[in-house]
Ligand binder design. Structure first.
Ligand SMILES: [Fe+2]
Length: 122
């Protein structure tokens, strides 16, 4: 929304195309996730329902990337660098992993993004 606002009136077509998707998928994301788990449970016969009493957590985008690289790695200590388009506002991050801890040290924020530059070119 902030980006569309900053670049208005350019992007109105894209904005009006995106709004129904945001409303349908992003605003009701938790409800959709709970319904999909319920359907998957019904399909497989396994009870994997997520009730309203169980919170759904959404970890930071780049921290998730860093965790998926660091935790299965054989290293007890590591610098973890992530670079992609954009997640929340971060486009790149540096984390310090040590044992069970993963600490974000630095982030680069949108619009500065190697990933988006790559996307624009490709
Ligand atoms: Fe990503």
């Amino acid at each position: 929304m902030e980006t569309y606002y900053a670049f208005a009136p350019r992007g109105f077509t894209s904005f009006f195309r995106a709004i129904p998707v945001w409303i349908k998928e992003k605003v009701f994301l938790k409800k959709i996730i709970r319904e999909e788990f319920k359907k998957a449970g019904a399909d497989t016969g396994v009870n994997i329902q997520i009730g309203e009493d169980i919170p759904l957590l959404f970890p930071e985008h780049h921290l998730s990337h860093a965790a998926s690289a660091f935790y299965p790695s054989p290293f007890q200590r590591a610098a973890v660098v992530t670079v992609d388009g954009v997640g929340e506002w971060a486009t790149a991050s540096i984390c310090r992993g040590e044992g069970k801890n993963l600490e974000k040290i630095k982030e680069i924020h949108f619009p500065h993004s190697l990933g988006l530059l790559y996307s624009a070119i490709t």
